[in-house]
Write a protein that binds this ligand. Structure first.
Ligand code: G6P
Length: 605
């Protein structure tokens, strides 16, 4: 999704902005640009495609002294990914970058066109800069003109604007899309970005803007107003400088590194939360579940699959009625939300627009809210009544792996935590479950043997007319997630299906070119799932069985370890399907970390 950076100071603006954009690459983009104002001299560069194209265009450009600059990576929403549609957008003497969607842009554009304003792009963003300049022409001071512009906009936005006549100022506004500003103690520099990473190594303290915030920065400081127009003080927090996990450490792709990291990050997720006979979440208010009869989980993408997995655990272990919703559906279907329901939003980023909006809906309806999230201080964490951090570290691969693993780990723990409150499991069983949880980090270790096997096997799965990942019970959401991973990075058609449903339609597709990836755990409905696979095998579908038990009807067989429990089998099989997608994608020559058309953080609906 779009990313924003900004810089004010004596430093090398171009390098700082390009560095920032590079750090935001993981969000997904299809064009990029920067604009720098030095004295009353504007320089602006835009390029379609990867950042190297922008670097090439700017290679002969340097600033000499003080300057203000803004930059943007664009993920096309309104208008194709062309250079004209790339940000920053120019008026007559100002440039703007914007992340989000201006919902009333069509009306605003119509009015401006009627007044003779010339538009160069198809974007919603361009109205911002023209409105600002219209207000300037009407005689308002630049900041007042900016304030009036912001008040006219509906929708979600993070905006940075620079203009001639105010050469030492960057104007900003934030509503619904993430943005922060960073400073250091020993300079007047100011750094803006959509997330922490671009500021690591530059700023030491950061202020996260809240919805409705707008204002300006200059050499002297930062001036912020809230949505009522009341001046407020920035609230600075120390920015962690740990960049270690933001590098590839010798792996070919971030996704590969992140698959290998799962053993460590799951250990972090468990840390301090497992006692001998009890699961503890110090961060949860003790009365969070009081008066709760139902849990509603809501998310998008991979997080939705972890939510589906959670529903099996919550009902099985805590005996609490659980429903799962896709956020973009829940938003507009006029749902019944009752106050005896705990609303749980799940999000790696904490910024996904649809999930964030459902959280707001739930809050407005008076529900208690909980967020399971990987990013502290993200919009969802700040909004919810309570939050549990998954502690997966920065996830850079667009295809989510370790975030999913830690989400399911949290849900497993949470189902036990809830079972303690509701006394639905015996002490003995609770203790057994806690022991099993401690074994998850070992279950997800990637052995050389397994990785080599997946590398060899992947060459047999580069063609055909589709994949079905099938499983029963909680292995059905895992099948969905396996299929999603494969389609995200290999661009091959893949579907996840409950094993028992294949005979109700999809089996009609069975032939040797239909690849079935069958999840056959020993400890969850093995015989039933096995007969479903036999039905497919009898119809000549090509079967790849993942199981600890040898299966003679399989064309390919990936042996998993003998485990004590189906949940350990779940985690081990999760690694297998992740590696399968990774190796297929690498063989196909795809960009594993930044697959086409996808964005890491989807901050528009
Ligand atoms: C995008 C990403 C997915 C992610 C989904 C939800 O589509 O490409 O990997 O699962 O958003 O993101 P969230 O940050 O809310 O978990």
């Amino acid at each position: 999704m779009c990313g924003i950076v900004g810089y004010l100071g004596e430093g090398n603006s171009k390098e700082i902005l390009l560095h920032g954009l590079k750090e935001l690459e993981y969000r997904g983009y299809d064009s990029a640009g920067i604009a720098i104002l030095e004295g009353d001299n504007f320089s602006s560069f835009k390029a379609v495609g990867k950042l190297v194209n922008l670097e090439e265009k700017t290679k002969d450009f340097q600033t000499k002294g003080f300057s203000v600059g803004i930059g943007h990576t664009r993920w096309a929403t309104h208008g194709k990914p062309t250079e004209l549609n790339a940000h920053p957008h120019l008026g007559e003497s100002s440039y703007v970058v914007h992340n989000g969607i201006i919902e009333n842009y069509a009306e605003l554009k119509e009015e401006l066109l009627a007044e003779g304003v010339n538009f160069l792009s198809q974007t919603d963003t361009e109205v911002i800069v023209h409105l600002f300049e219209k207000n300037l022409k009407a005689g308002l001071q630049p900041f007042k003109a900016f304030e009036k512009t912001v008040q006219t906009l509906d929708g979600a936005y993070a905006i940075l604007l620079i203009t001639k006549g105010e050469e030492e100022t960057i104007f900003f506004a934030k509503n619904g899309s993430p943005m922060l500003v960073g400073i250091t103690q020993d300079s007047n520099e100011k750094f803006f970005a959509s997330s922490d990473t671009p500021l690591i190594g530059y700023a030491t303290e950061v202020n996260y803007f809240e919805d409705g915030d707008y204002g300006y920065v200059n050499k002297e400081g930062i001036v912020i107003f809230n949505e009522e127009g009341v001046k407020k003080e920035p609230s600075f927090k120390t920015l962690s400088q740990n960049k270690l996990s933001a590098q590839k450490d010798g792996y070919r792709f971030f996704m590969e590194k992140e698959i290998y990291e799962q053993t460590n990050v799951i250990s972090d997720t468990l840390l301090g939360r497992l006692h001998d006979e009890e699961v503890v979440f110090d961060e949860l208010p003790s009365d969070l579940f009081d008066g709760i009869n139902e849990i509603k989980l809501c998310a998008c993408g991979t997080s939705y699959h972890s939510a589906l997995s959670a529903s099996y655990l919550f009902e099985r272990y805590a005996r609490v009625k659980t429903s799962v919703e896709v956020a973009s559906e829940l938003r507009y279907r006029d749902p019944i939300l009752t106050t005896d329901t705990l609303f749980v939003a799940i999000s790696q980023s904490g910024e996904t627009a649809d999930t964030l909006e459902t959280l707001k809906m739930a809050k407005e309806a008076g529900l208690k809210t909980l967020v399971i999230c990987n990013v502290d201080n993200s919009s969802m964490v700040r909004l919810a009544d309570a939050s549990i951090l998954t502690r997966a570290g920065v996830e850079k691969g667009v295809a989510s792996t370790k975030a999913f693993a830690t989400q399911v780990t949290v849900f497993w723990m949470l189902s036990l935590y809830l079972s303690q409150k509701k006394q639905t499991l015996s002490n003995e069983e609770l203790k057994r479950q806690i022991c099993l949880l401690r074994e998850v980090p070992a279950a997800v270790v990637v052995t050389d043997e397994l990785h080599e096997k997946m590398k060899r096997l992947s060459k047999r799965y580069l063609h055909g007319h589709g994949f079905f990942f099938i499983g029963r019970d909680i292995f059905f959401p895992l099948a969905l997630e396996g299929a999603l991973k494969l389609k995200e990075i290999s661009y091959l058609h893949a579907e996840g299906y409950p094993s028992g449903e294949m005979k109700h339609g999809p089996i009609a597709l069975a032939d040797p070119e239909l690849f079935t990836i069958a999840l056959l755990p020993e400890h969850m409905l093995y015989d039933k799932a096995k007969s479903n696979v036999e039905e497919l095998s009898a119809r000549d579908a090509t079967i790849c069985a993942i199981s600890p038990l040898p299966f003679d009807k399989a064309d390919d067989y990936i042996a998993t370890k003998k485990q004590k429990d189906y949940m350990l089998e779940f985690f081990e099989m999760m690694v297998v399907v992740q590696l399968l997608s990774l190796e297929v994608s690498i063989r196909l020559g795809n960009d594993v970390d930044m697959p086409r058309n996808l964005a890491k953080s989807v901050t528009v609906e």
